[in-house]
Unconditional design. Structure first.
Length: 122
């Protein structure tokens, strides 16, 4: 689940070949939404949202989730001196694996060694 100011989006990782002008990448990873809990979309007059952001953003966001998992376990240990639950350890393991994997997946920006870009929609 990715959370934004306008709501939450449930996503899955996908892979595809992408070509924009002379730039192309095969087996490029991306997130596609399976559900969006965003009231703003109820009256939206568009069919898609495409985001191209800084290449480190998804990895950075994923490591923040891992950090939050560790902080929660640490807080629980300090509060009750009880060991974290299997569920907490499982979530930490899954989140850590995802964050590590994201660092290995090429993005369109990285795959084509693009350092600056702009988009004009009109």
């Amino acid at each position: 689940v990715m959370s934004y100011g306008s709501g939450d989006v449930t996503v899955k990782e996908g892979f595809d070949q992408v070509a924009i002008g002379p730039y192309s990448a095969v087996n490029l990873s991306f997130w596609y939404s399976t559900n969006a809990d965003m009231p703003v979309l109820q009256n939206a007059a568009f069919n898609a949202i495409v985001g191209v952001g800084p290449p480190e953003t998804s990895g950075s966001d994923a490591w923040k989730v891992v950090h939050d998992d560790v902080e929660m376990i640490h807080s629980d240990l300090n509060a009750s001196a009880a060991f974290p639950s299997d569920r907490q350890y499982s979530r930490l393991g899954k989140d850590t694996a995802l964050a590590a994997e994201l660092g290995l997946q090429p993005t369109l920006i990285k795959a084509d060694d693009i350092s600056k870009f702009s988009i004009c929609l009109g």
